[in-house]
Design a protein around this ligand. Structure first.
Ligand SMILES: *[C@@H]1O[C@H](CO)[C@@H](O)[C@H](O)[C@H]1NC(C)=O
Ligand SMILES: *[C@@H]1O[C@H](CO)[C@@H](O)[C@H](O)[C@H]1NC(C)=O
Ligand SMILES: *[C@@H]1O[C@H](CO)[C@@H](O)[C@H](O)[C@H]1NC(C)=O
Length: 334
């Protein structure tokens, strides 16, 4: 009943966009969640935390950093869960789902892994132990088991894992995760796989191959760190092609950055871009949800990573909704 009333409220107030609700509309579109990334230092801002717990907008959280290898196993066999535990506790207060991020990534990796000169079988057991320990500690979650294992041209990324084990680490990570928690949803996650192209084709071939070998890949995470005006026109067809493999699809790290300064024209294009992405997910039944890579420009990773760019999130740095917010609403409603 509350849901029905909310939607009526949303429809009546679309022109102002002040009361519309992202997760409610996602769920009405048949999705499991609309969610957001967050990070531990942000949890000291009480008004930020209040909106983070607004389940009308968010039913899922992803820890942006605290579950990464350098933070969870900084020394071999010594696990620290406190950062990740704090995000999970925040999510549990509001019955929000959690996406574990991530088991295996070439970045933000502990130096003992990159500098250990481990042989193939030792590194495989290190990967298995890391994934198994994380997924067991954080049971009942969605997991990005593998993150960014492909290059843009579709070849495998060279990393300590690939250089040492070939592709054997991939199956090892997924199998260890499945064994640690048979109910966890296990994903392979990457960027520049939003539209059709060499990298998306490589992802399709890799997931096909892994699943043919019995590797338990449940889903493909499409990061979607996009640039204003740059949503690939083939996004819907591409998500459909992923889904046709028999796996789930999720938009896992959505933001749409622009060259600063912000202008009304850029904000209007950004609104269209958010809407296009949401429409693509909406149109593909196996696309289960959308996560923005934080909801406010105040805590966006973009300015720190891309010089001269920013304003990528649906709320501005003062927690005021931007036209992009209405773009998301329109995407779910269309
Ligand atoms: C992996 O091997 C390639 C080719 O030999 C090398 O250029 C690259 O630095 C290696 N990367 C790591 C992380 O070992
Ligand atoms: C590493 O070991 C695995 C498991 O035995 C094997 O399948 C794989 O081919 C090996 N990789 C390399 C590069 O030797
Ligand atoms: C939280 O962030 C908002 C928006 O930038 C700011 O106005 C407020 O002072 C911050 N509050 C705390 C407690 O840091």
């Amino acid at each position: 009943m509350r849901r029905i009333l909310s939607v009526i409220f949303v429809l009546n107030s679309l022109s102002t966009s002040t009361t519309a609700q992202l997760n409610i509309l996602a769920q009405l579109a048949g999705k499991k969640y609309f969610g957001t990334a967050t990070d531990n230092p942000e949890l000291t801002n009480t008004s930020y935390v209040a909106q983070l717990g607004n389940t009308l907008d968010f039913h899922q959280l992803t820890p942006a950093n605290s579950m990464k290898w350098e933070n969870t196993e900084p020394e071999r066999g010594q696990f620290t869960f406190s950062g990740g535990d704090a995000i999970v506790a925040q999510a549990e207060k509001h019955n929000q789902l959690v996406r574990g991020h991530n088991c295996v990534w070439h970045n933000q990796l502990a130096t003992w892994v990159t500098e250990g000169n481990f042989d193939n079988s030792t590194l495989l057991s290190i990967v298995e132990n890391h994934c198994s320990t994380l997924v067991k500690h954080y049971k009942g979650k969605i997991w990005d088991v593998l993150n960014e294992v492909l290059n843009d041209d579709g070849t495998f990324r060279e990393s300590v894992f690939f250089n040492t084990t070939g592709t054997a680490y991939m199956g090892a990570a997924f199998r260890a995760a499945r064994k640690a928690d048979p109910k966890a949803k296990l994903y392979i996650n990457d960027f520049n796989i939003e539209g059709e192209g060499a990298k998306s084709t490589a992802m399709i071939n890799l997931v096909k191959q892994l699943r043919a070998e019995g590797v338990p890949v449940d889903g493909i995470g499409v990061q979607s760190h996009l640039i204003v005006g740059g949503v690939p026109p083939t996004m819907k067809a591409n998500l459909q092609a992923f889904a046709a493999l028999g796996v789930e699809v999720a938009i896992t790290e959505l933001d749409v950055r622009m060259n600063l300064p912000v202008t009304p024209a850029l904000l209007e294009q950004q609104k269209k871009d958010y809407k296009t992405v949401i429409e693509a997910c909406k149109a593909v039944p196996r696309c289960v949800g959308v996560t923005v890579w934080d909801w406010t420009d105040k805590f966006s990773w973009v300015p720190g990573t891309f010089a001269g760019q920013g304003a990528a999130c649906p709320w501005d740095e003062n927690f005021v909704k931007k036209p992009a917010y209405l773009g998301i609403i329109e995407g779910w409603l269309i």
